[in-house]
Design a binder for this molecule. Structure first.
Ligand code: NAG
Ligand code: NAG
Ligand code: NAG
Ligand code: NAG
Ligand code: NAG
Ligand code: ZN
Ligand code: ZN
Length: 608
């Protein structure tokens, strides 16, 4: 198989255990398919129950000696599986087997296994039937290239414009006295409708604080908990009231993940209720402020499932994008709503001379199993981005890009194409803003020729939610503008938190407080890409400064163990890595740990 995605910094999102399950399901389903194969071949007289899975799988493997299969035999067999998997009964059959594996391997409580497999089963099976189970492709994998071409996740390239790249002009500080715009940035709200103060914050499910008696320690706090918990509505409303009182802001970016992490039991109706409730509250409290949203990986059901436009009908994302277009109609112009309805992305003119692009990063994510069918520039989004940037360059506009999943977490080809686009349009893209990891980090972009000249930075802002064991938080970006000719570069940013220890104390009223400002903390004159690159170099030698970054990464509530050795090497490498699977990017850090060890650490973090 081709290389999968790699990058990524600290904490983890995507649902903890359920995310592991999502990634595991494609592994479980072939096992289930193998069992079906045994069944089709009459190995068990039609009685392949979940009970004898463990004995049947090796039998099926030996019987067909995968590698030794002739090409025509392989194709015939998989044509048969393909046909059977399209039948309703087989979907249930495969689901039952997957549920059994989930229970047997103790991946979750039996009820959670059942629910998650029921929820994910049908769509995952459809994706598999339309991709991996296509006889030519699976046989290319099993028997070898002579039998078919396994091209899932293969390389592809967007076409860059023929016009030469304009000469590079390094960013300059704004003239003295120039105004500064304040951009409010909210991400990963993760509202838990069933949050229950006083309940068990340390349950066995992937999401807690929603019932059960606390064992030993205190119960879930009224405003949130340092545990596997999302936020109750009162905390989100308190935040919005606080923001209404501390404005004004010039713009707001809101990069998704509205629902909670109870991904094993969500329905389309649940997700739409979360979308409408939170969008309505933001409109209520922030009034006329223009808010520009992006689509997170948790908006859909099942989580991460974002079929590209080639999937028609009821399985498509129309139910979601159409509801978004309705809920966000007060903020977005008609042309933006049009592309939002098709692919969950859009562009608009946010201010004179400033264009906003909101990307649907689910089209870059390996957790989106629909991309098994075809991962080549889903929805043509990156080629569309090239067109938008080209027109912006021609008309002298600056561009801000917002999205949910940061570029380093993307599949290889998508991420490398995005990197190339940022290189080509470095003079036009003035800012990139993401979320999803729930922690406070950034990703640097360098020139493709030498990988040494910093030319861009993607800011990854911390979540509003506490998930996992964090303070609630939000970010404000201070941006050059709004005046004729403003660069719209980020000049500084500030991070605010709600200290849960203080807020949940008896008789306390919650106080949102400023945690830190980037420039004052890091001693920058500006906050341009070169400043962040120099900061990385200082992290290598100034240990207290690095430990300060580690503390802020977790919004002032870091894990007990400090970040040293491979943790530090992996984190610094992540900050230098805005595209996955590129060991060259971290070579200047001269770490004593191999890229392989570093990637191993990233993977462990992302499943936390
Ligand atoms: C597959 O082929 C190899 C050599 O061609 C042979 O050694 C092996 O026993 C075969 N396996 C099966 C299961 O037929
Ligand atoms: C994409 O571009 C890269 C670098 O220019 C090249 O090596 C690769 O072969 C191209 N891939 C395809 C599928 O065109
Ligand atoms: C569309 O799919 C959803 C979720 O799978 C299901 O609940 C709904 O009944 C379907 N609607 C139609 C018209 O088939
Ligand atoms: C995948 O999608 C791309 C772009 O839409 C298309 O050019 C390509 O032919 C598709 N590949 C397959 C195997 O369908
Ligand atoms: C939150 O408050 C507690 C209790 O006063 C304090 O120990 C802790 O340092 C505070 N955290 C932050 C990030 O200010
Ligand atoms: Zn999230
Ligand atoms: Zn997310």
């Amino acid at each position: 198989m081709r290389a999968r995605s790699g990058g990524g910094g600290g904490g983890g999102d995507g649902g903890g255990l359920p995310r592991a399950l999502v990634l595991l399901l494609p592994l479980l389903l072939p096992a289930a398919a193998a069992a079906s194969l045994a069944w089709l071949a009459g190995a068990g007289a039609g009685a392949t129950g979940p009970d004898d899975l463990e004995t049947r799988l090796p039998v099926a493997g030996a019987r067909f000696g995968w590698r030794n299969l002739s090409c025509p035999a392989c194709r015939v067999l998989f044509a048969a599986i393909d046909a059977s998997a399209q039948l309703e009964t087989s979907v249930e059959h495969l689901q039952r087997l997957a549920a059994t594996v989930c229970v047997r391997l103790h991946l979750a409580r039996p009820e959670v296994c059942e629910e998650i497999v029921r929820l994910f089963g049908r769509d995952v099976v459809t994706a598999w039937v339309r991709s991996v189970l296509r006889p030519a492709e699976i046989c290319g994998l099993l028997v070898g290239q002579r039998c078919g071409h396994w091209d899932i996740y293969s390389d592809w390239n967007v076409t860059l414009p023929g016009t030469p790249k304009p000469p590079v002009r390094p960013p300059a500080p704004p003239p003295p006295g120039a105004p500064t715009a304040r951009v409010l940035f909210l991400t990963d709200l993760h509202w838990d409708r069933d949050y229950l103060p006083g309940s068990d914050p340390a349950c066995k499910d992937p999401l807690c604080c929603r019932g059960g008696r606390p064992r030993g320690a205190e119960g879930a706090g009224y405003w949130g908990s340092y545990s596997n918990c999302d936020l109750p509505l009162q905390t989100l409303e308190h935040l919005l009231r606080h923001l209404a009182a501390t404005g004004p802001f010039d713009l707001a970016y809101w990069t998704g993940d509205i629902p909670a992490h109870n991904v094993w039991e969500q329905s389309r109706a649940d997700q739409l209720q979360a979308l409408r409730t939170i969008s309505g509250l933001i409109q209520k409290y922030l009034g006329p402020l223009p808010v520009y949203p992006a689509v997170g990986n948790h908006e859909s059901v099942p989580v991460n499932a974002f079929p590209p436009p080639f999937v028609p009908g009821n399985q498509s994302s129309a139910w979601l994008y159409h509801a978004m277009a309705e809920a966000w109609e007060p903020w977005l112009p008609p042309e933006a709503l049009e592309t939002l309805r098709v692919g969950g992305f859009y562009t608009l003119r946010a201010r004179p001379g400033l264009r906003l692009v909101s990307l649907n990063m689910n089209f870059c994510s390996e957790a989106n199993f629909w991309l098994l069918i075809n991962a080549t520039d889903p929805a043509g989004q990156l080629q569309w981005l090239v067109g938008v940037l080209q027109r912006a360059e021609e008309s002298g506009e600056k561009v801000h890009i917002i999205g949910h999943i940061p570029p380093s977490h993307c599949m290889r080809s998508w991420g490398w194409n995005y990197y190339r686009i940022i290189n080509r349009f470095e003079g036009t893209v003035a800012g990139q803003f993401f979320g999803h990891t729930h922690v406070d980090e950034f990703e640097l972009f360098y020139d493709e020729e030498t990988l040494s000249r910093p030319l861009g930075v993607a800011f990854v802002a911390p979540s509003v939610t506490t998930f996992i064991s964090l303070n609630p938080g939000y970010r404000i970006y201070l941006v050059d503008g709004v005046y004729p000719g403003s660069s719209y570069m980020v000049l500084d940013h500030e991070t605010f938190i709600l200290n849960l220890t203080l807020a949940n104390a008896p008789g306390a009223t919650p106080q949102w407080q400023r945690l830190y400002g980037a420039r004052e903390t890091y001693g920058f004159a500006t906050a341009f890409p070169a400043d962040w690159d120099r900061l990385l170099q200082r992290f290598q030698v100034e240990e207290p400064l690095f430990q300060r970054f580690w503390y802020l990464l977790y919004k002032g509530h870091p894990p007990r163990e400090p970040c040293q050795d491979v943790c530090k090497a992996a984190l610094l490498c992540a900050l230098r890595t805005a595209r996955a699977d590129d060991p060259k990017l971290c070579q200047p850090l001269a770490s004593r740990f191999s890229f392989f060890e570093i990637q191993g650490w990233w993977r462990r973090q992302r499943f936390c």
